[in-house]
Ligand binder design. Sequence first.
Ligand code: PLP
Length: 382
Amino acid sequence: MIPFNKAVYLPKAAEYVEQTLKSSNIAGDGVYTRLCSEWMEQRFSAKKALLTTSCTAALEMSAILLDIQPGDEVILPSYTFVTTANAFVLRGAKAVFVDIRPDTMNMDEAGIEAAITKRTKAIVVVHYAGVACEMDAIMAIAKKYDLPVVEDAAQGVMATYKGKALGTIGTFGCYSFHETKNYTMGEGGALLVNEERYLERAEILREKGTNRARFYRGMVDKYSWMDIGSSYLPSELNAALLYAQLEIADEINDGRRRIWEFYHQNLCQYEVDLPVVPQECVHNAHMFYIKVKDLLQRQEVIRELKERGVDAVFHYVPLHSSPAGQKYGRFHGEDRYTTSESNRLIRLPMWYGLTADDLNRTVARVAEALAQSGIGKGMKRS
Ligand SMILES: *Cc1c(COP(=O)(O)O)cnc(C)c1O
């Protein structure tokens, strides 16, 4: 069986974790947390990167920092992970879903403006598969209506839009270092704070509502309860695991990109749609997907792949069709692509360490499964 995902394993990571264990400083904000944050700040030219327990935690912090209140509305795509919405719904906001583009599966920037009302408090974009949303257009709308932009860049670490790192363009950027992402600490993430005025409060929220961070920097002589907050900082053990991967981030990124290119070269002649990467975007090969005709054909292809030992999976069921999505959200405008395009998508195995041999076998089996499902070579589907 070719697994769908395998977390990166590095001997160096085991070494750093052991060293941390022996130091007994295993709580948060130690040496490795600092190394990870500084690495991100330098590499991505980010004002401030705060390591968190998850991307979900970073999204929740964004919602609190933006002072989201009951009755507020937040604009986001329906084709995303639940926590993109949940983080804001937790503060009492209504999720207003906007349709996606069929090419990148990202929120359609042309649909955002019509969804804005006087209750709108934020635009939340998701860079699907590490391919950036049309940020120039989105930031222009945000500026016109004076709205903050939160980038759910869970899948976008190391990807860029017009040379800028994803996560550094909006007001906040949220990264995920979950097991299924390009770089992992098991469970983890980061909040990139791109505007100075939110910095102090972000540190306080993350440290249970206290000014402990300032205390440690010697800026106050005791630390106190200053604000609401929670425990959003990860353990040093997780940070140690992550740092070993960040040290070789380019190598991991290049490895994934080679797998992505190989899939693309070998599958582009089939009657399926492949991921589209606009010219201004450099992606990070977070994902490789194919889009077949419809839901029925997808079930068939996934079954054929499983029979041949390839673990392929589908992705998000659109949030507006879920029980909580119906309760806490509404779809603005027409669902032209969200449901139909999500029904067509199949994700292929993608992980650093997938060997050339594994990959050759995977592609051969995908070709067989497609043929068995009546998908030939030739014309593109769209
Ligand atoms: C993975 C993911 C998340 C959640 O990340 P966690 O670190 O598990 O909280 C949120 N949004 C998107 C788009 C994701 O892919």
